[in-house]
Design a protein around this ligand. Structure first.
Ligand SMILES: Nc1ncnc2c1ncn2[C@@H]1O[C@H](COP(=O)(O)OP(=O)(O)OP(=O)(O)O)[C@@H](O)[C@H]1O
Ligand SMILES: [Mg+2]
Length: 356
């Protein structure tokens, strides 16, 4: 065998289908979450018997399969069940009543939303939704900024089930008493996957993504171990892709343990969270923070407004929290300075996983 046979040629790739390693890729079968899915489905099931459904808060740290499990159930309703309309909304992107109502209109195929006020649109979709039963999923519910939409749903939609999804089970406890009393809620915690489960999930994605025998056993084992540490499946998906890229760069026909280890070292410098797009205003704010790294929060607020983004301070603070949650920035409280205490805002120079 010549030396070149062991090397990847220019037009060759180790990846059969790298989309399978995307965080948003949806495998047809979801393993290890049957019980959780059954429990969620049980909240929706009464709707098919013309009764009212139940509400449930699904919670866990990131990357435990919550979004995947719920989306899968909703697809099944869409494809196979009549009489229940499934509506899935991500509150990171749709965080106000107006945005949510527009999104519901869109999902229901109602196009005449222009120049209509929130109230008017709500009346239209309320009528429409009440023609059948509705299963709602509100993902990232802790990112919701206005609560009147929840009141409206709870009070004015008759046959429904609401699935809330969050990293924080405390979200419910912080709600207004009036809202809580209208919303009897089951709780469902997604527990971390164990080693066998992580292996099973990553094995399947690996087989979708790479040609046979490309990933060496010990490379795969190292990636499983790292994922077991973070408990977030996205870690494993990212490492598989990154190790593949590293191997390809060297024109190697195999992904070795060394490649996996290099990917792991790079990962330690990264932060992992959602693959969620930021709104235009958030992007503008992030840019401002980047250009004024280490600035005081009050100064940033002034500059943000001067740049033409008229916002209340409270809204501005929420934007800061959102960027910090997503690990784009960090904040540090300084107490006892000349001007009393203040918060310093710092741009995160490390890359997010999703920027790759
Ligand atoms: N049981 C599973 N089978 C196959 N893939 C899975 C499974 N669980 C999670 N994944 C994959 O792991 C990634 C993260 O899953 P998901 O987005 O559902 O997590 P999450 O719990 O919603 O996280 P977050 O709280 O950050 O939103 C996705 O790419 C998903 O496809
Ligand atoms: Mg999710």
């Amino acid at each position: 065998m010549s030396l070149f046979d062991t090397m990847l040629k220019d037009n060759e790739s180790l990846f059969k289908n790298d989309i399978a390693l995307d965080f948003s890729f949806q495998p047809k079968l979801i393993k290890y979450r049957e019980n959780e899915q059954r429990q969620i489905a049980a909240c929706i099931a009464p709707l098919f018997q013309k009764r009212n459904g139940k509400n449930i808060l699904v919670h866990s740290p990131p990357g435990f399969g919550k979004t995947l499990a719920v989306k899968h159930i909703f697809q099944e309703i869409e494809e196979e069940q009549e009489g229940v309309a499934p509506i899935y909304i991500n509150c990171w992107q749709k965080n106000t009543s107006f945005k949510i109502i527009i999104e519901i209109c869109e999902q229901m195929g109602y196009k005449f939303t222009q120049n209509k006020k929130t109230e008017e649109l709500w009346k239209i979709i309320q009528q429409q939704l009440n023609k059948s039963a509705v299963a709602f999923a509100f993902d990232e519910i802790d990112k919701l900024e206005e609560f009147d939409i929840l009141y409206a749903l709870l009070e004015e939609i008759y046959r429904k089930s609401i699935i809330f999804i969050s990293n924080y089970k405390e979200w419910y406890g912080q709600l207004d008493e009036r809202l809580r009393s209208r919303m009897i809620l089951d709780l469902l915690e997604f527990k971390p996957y164990n080693e066998t489960e992580i292996t099973g999930i990553l094995e399947e994605r690996k087989n979708f993504a790479f040609y046979d025998n490309v990933v060496e056993q010990d490379a795969f084992a190292a990636i499983v171990q790292k994922t077991l540490q973070t408990k977030d499946i996205r870690t494993g998906l990212h490492l598989l892709k990154e190790a593949g890229n590293i191997a390809e760069l060297q024109s190697s026909r195999k992904i070795t343990k060394e490649d996996a280890e290099k990917a792991i070292i790079k990962l330690d410098a990264l932060s992992i969270k959602q693959d969620l797009p930021l709104e235009e205003e958030d992007k503008a704010l992030l840019e401002l923070i980047k250009n004024n790294n280490g600035e005081k929060i009050g100064e940033l607020f002034k500059k943000f407004n001067d740049a033409g983004h008229a916002t209340a301070y409270k809204t501005f603070q929420r934007k800061i929290v959102k960027l910090e949650d997503a690990k784009f920035i960090t904040t540090k409280k300084i107490t006892g300075g000349l001007e009393g205490s203040t918060t310093i805002v710092q741009y995160h120079s490390v890359k997010k996983l999703t920027e790759f």
